[in-house]
Design a protein around this ligand. Structure first.
Ligand SMILES: NC(=O)c1ccc[n+]([C@@H]2O[C@H](COP(=O)([O-])OP(=O)(O)OC[C@H]3O[C@@H](n4cnc5c(N)ncnc54)[C@H](OP(=O)(O)O)[C@@H]3O)[C@@H](O)[C@H]2O)c1
Length: 314
């Protein structure tokens, strides 16, 4: 079967089509004929030699692709919840080698959910790592409550565009940042207020924030702390915070998750499936690529300007 692999960490051009034997289906796995895969900044950073690279070096040449959707073609002997012919999606094996940029992938059955009727493979693949991140930030690592004022940075991005929709579903008041060109998109997701971070300082425009989803790291973390109410919750997505960031947060008595780690969860995937099924969560796919063009998909994400999600269609 065809996969896209890289032998060395480095440029997107290292991602090359290759032939691999069909994966074997372990007792707790299902074998999936892959129909769509989505790409995240963590794929890009890892391929560049950052993020999970040191953990995954042993598995070179590496096939990334944690976000998959497709049809079950074989079922391991212990699997009770899925059958041959089911359409499934999920974030698989994160942060281990996923082998998802491939025509077939073996995945733990308990990390998957059924794709609801009427939802495409592409939409399902898009609604995996980024959607889980937003959902786990609001319901596991922190607790977003109805009536909370939530500040969502990068609201036009993969995580942010899910976060806005989920926060509205949870009854929060959403203040969202992006550049002006994405204002209409962010408002269409349900944001109550939009701040163009390129035109104004967000800390001059808002305050008394109960919950912040902080996507950028660096100076933006402490700037976000400055708009929080005492005792609020701030979830930091990128790594790399320093001692002064912790001190600033502690001075305000904030509950801080300095670097949350999204984790695979069949239960959370079923919750996301329910939201996709009832139409309260709608992924936005801005770019589609073929399997042989995974490198171009990486370059697109690398630009930092992705709107919604980027998907590989097989
Ligand atoms: N810890 C975890 O478990 C976890 C999980 C998922 C993601 N992450 C991390 O979270 C971050 C976001 O991920 P993502 O998938 O949402 O990224 P993404 O889709 O690549 O984000 C792109 C978006 O960010 C916006 N943006 C860029 N700079 C901004 C700024 N200073 N303020 C506001 N918006 C800005 C852009 O909008 P404009 O073009 O309008 O600027 C663009 O729409 C990444 O660093 C990722 O690695 C961590």
């Amino acid at each position: 079967m065809k996969v896209v692999a890289f032998e060395e960490f480095g440029a997107a051009g290292n991602l090359q089509l290759a032939d691999r034997p069909m994966p074997t289906c372990g007792p707790d796995d299902v074998l999936i004929k892959t129909a769509a895969v989505s790409v995240n900044p963590v794929d890009v950073k890892t391929r560049q030699g950052e993020a999970l690279a040191s953990q995954l070096e042993h598995a070179l040449p590496l096939v990334l692709g944690w976000d998959i959707a497709g049809k079950v073609v074989a079922v391991g002997r212990n699997v009770q919840n899925l059958s041959e012919g089911d359409d499934v999606f999920g974030m698989i094996l994160f942060p281990k080698p996923p082998n998802g940029y491939a025509q077939y992938v073996a995945a733990p059955a308990d990390e998957l959910a059924l794709i609801p009727a009427g939802v495409s493979y592409e939409a399902a693949a898009a609604s995996t790592l980024a959607a889980l991140t937003a959902w786990q930030a609001f319901t596991h690592f922190g607790e977003l409550k109805a009536g909370d004022r939530v500040l969502i940075h990068a609201a036009s991005g993969g995580v942010g565009h899910f976060a806005v929709q989920m926060a509205k579903r949870l009854g929060a008041y959403v203040i969202a940042t992006s550049s002006a060109k994405n204002k209409a998109f962010v408002e269409s997701l349900g944001a109550d207020e939009h701040i163009d971070y390129t035109a104004v300082k967000f800390e001059d425009e808002t305050g008394d924030i109960d919950f912040c989803l902080e996507t950028q790291g660096g100076p933006q973390f402490q700037r976000s702390v400055s708009v929080m109410r005492d005792g609020g919750t701030i979830i930091n997505l990128p790594s790399g915070l320093v001692d002064s960031d912790r001190e600033a947060a502690e001075r305000k008595g904030l509950f801080v998750n300095y670097f949350m780690h999204v984790f695979p969860s069949g239960e959370n995937m079923r919750e996301i499936a329910a939201m996709l099924g009832d139409g309260t969560l709608v992924p936005h796919i801005s770019e589609r690529f073929a399997l042989e063009d995974v490198a171009a998909a990486h370059e697109h994400i690398e630009s930092g300007r992705t709107v919604g999600k980027v998907v590989i269609s097989l």
